[in-house]
Design a protein around this ligand. Structure first.
Ligand code: NOJ
Length: 515
């Protein structure tokens, strides 16, 4: 029996541009990540997922891939990647790479060849070219079609620099099979699959009503062909013996839906081993709503062998401290209560790490970093900001380089004077160095929680009142999160608490107990 380590692992997401810089150019890279590997080992994570590091114009932070089987020189070389994988294995840490199959970069040689070859050519058939566009809109804002010099239009669900592949052309799945084997052969333990609910489009490319359906099925997402497609990838993953790295190879799909039930088709045996559960961070800080999300998620996973890792943060969403301290980030001048947000984010961390199954932690989440909302427009990089003329701020605020040490910028991130996205001047107390020295820091909370979190064991709700989340995980382990205004009695031996226990468990505080 292989280990299926991913069933209850804590996985750390590295956004390479912003994790650690080893080359001194102000942008993160593999040399920097390698130097910080002891930090990840000390934190206790079992795997690292790298957001894309492939050759890319970085028009969408690397999710615009120009070559799927290499490393962008700004991040290092394939040898640097291999060195990281080997060194990580020495710490018992596995590596997951990001596969971007829905689209590539317009700089990809196949797209350049398609432009060159002209209408009706086999090269164009690798993408979705038409003589007329339909009325689909890009997820990043603006039309989903761009016209080329000879008059044809190509489809891009994201930025115009990210043409969608034509998954109905057999050459496309064949190419991606080679890509995933390339990385699996290099010893990676898993794949994170970008826009996993995309890929196949309705072949008729029908116009959609206005407003477009946000629901499933849409002509561009959640098409039935995906089920057979992921069964074929699962077969490849399962064909890899554990000799390269002990434990089964895995994949986790980025599936978005407005309701968790929209993901039901992916919760079938023999398909994608894992489907991200984004519903926890989409749920308001409200006990009934959170209970509903958790119950539905656990129910869905219980009926299948698919794991749905819990997430409260990633490189696409507003950081939890800011989200919980002021609600969704709708405007620049949002009045954020950072103290409240921090208290709730720490409680949410203990909730995240007590739930059954796997959890993903996004770099900086363990430091309690807030979203940076005042990045000057001139520095904003996200195509979401530019394609909406600034109407949507985009995701730069959660991608600001990590503060490692020191009292001022660049906080040990780089030898350069500045970082690719500017850091705030207020992050001195939030550096890794400062937090390592403070027993009560968010970093130490995460570290202790990762070490003490319940593994295996069942899950059962406890009734401690409408505004309280309470459950057991077997072996006398109890998690209580108090969302009510009343201070609750603490019954049992305290393993860990997200904040001071002042005569009981105060509002917006979580505690782990052993009875
Ligand atoms: C999802 C990724 O997480 C996001 O960062 C990216 O912009 C889109 N997919 C397009 O690749």
């Amino acid at each position: 029996m292989l280990s299926q380590w991913w069933r209850d692992a804590v996985v750390y997401q590295v956004y390479p541009r912003s994790f650690a810089d080893g080359s001194g150019d102000g942008t993160g890279d593999f040399a920097g990540a390698l130097a910080r590997l002891p930090y990840l080992a000390d934190l206790g994570v079992e795997a690292v997922w790298f957001s894309p590091f492939y050759p890319s114009p970085l028009a969408d932070g690397g999710y615009d891939v120009a070559d799927y089987c290499d490393v962008d020189p700004r991040f290092g070389t394939l040898a640097d990647f291999d060195a990281f994988v080997a060194a990580a294995a020495g710490h018992g840490i596995r590596v997951i790479v990001d596969i971007v199959p829905n689209h590539c970069s317009s700089a990809h040689p196949a797209f350049q060849a398609a432009l060159e070859a002209g209408p009706g050519s086999p090269e164009r058939d690798l993408f979705i070219f038409r003589d007329q566009p339909n009325n689909w809109q890009s997820i990043f804002g603006g039309p989903a079609w761009t016209q080329v010099a000879d008059g044809q239009w190509y489809l891009h669900l994201f930025d115009s620099s990210q043409p969608d592949w034509n998954w109905r052309n057999p050459a496309v799945p064949a190419m991606f099979e080679k890509v995933i084997r390339f990385w699996l052969d290099r010893g990676v333990a898993g794949l994170r699959v970008d826009v996993a609910h995309g890929l196949f489009k309705d072949p008729d490319l029908p116009d959609v009503p206005d407003p477009a359906p946000s629901d499933r099925p849409s002509p561009w997402f959640h098409r039935p062909e995906l089920i057979g497609h992921y069964a074929s990838w699962r077969a490849i993953l399962d064909s890899y013996s554990p000799d390269v790295f002990p434990g089964e190879r895995t994949a986790v799909g980025e599936f978005w839906g407005t309701e968790i039930t929209h993901l039901e088709p992916y919760f079938r045996p023999g398909g994608m081993p894992q489907a991200f559960n984004f519903f926890l961070f989409q749920t308001a800080w409200d006990a009934a709503a959170l209970r509903h999300t958790i119950t539905t998620s656990i129910g869905l996973a219980a009926e299948s062998d698919v794991v749905a890792p819990w997430v409260i943060s990633n490189h696409d969403v507003v950081r939890p401290v800011t989200r919980y301290g002021g609600g969704p980030l709708a405007a620049r001048d949002l009045d954020v209560d950072v103290a409240l947000g921090t208290r709730r984010a720490r409680a949410a961390a203990l909730l995240l790490l007590a739930l059954p199954g796997s959890a993903y932690v996004y770099q900086g989440e363990e430091l309690g970093l807030p979203e940076v909302i005042d990045i000057p427009d001139a520095f904003r990089d996200d195509p979401v900001f530019h394609r909406t003329g600034g109407a949507r701020l985009g995701r730069d605020g959660c991608r600001v380089p990590i503060p490692w040490s020191g009292a001022s910028k660049p906080y040990g991130f780089t030898e350069a004077e500045s970082t690719w996205l500017p850091q705030p001047t207020t992050w001195g107390p939030l550096t890794v160095e400062a937090q390592q020295a403070d027993p009560g820091s968010t970093l130490n909370l995460y570290k202790r929680a990762i070490a003490a979190r319940p593994r295996g064991g069942g899950f059962a709700w406890l009734d401690r009142g409408d505004d309280v989340i309470a459950f057991t995980r077997g072996d006398g382990f109890t998690c209580v999160v108090n969302l009510s205004a009343e201070t609750l009695p603490v019954e049992g031996e305290v393993i860990l608490a997200s904040g001071p226990l002042e005569g009981g468990l105060p509002q917006d505080t979580a505690v782990w107990l052993r009875s």
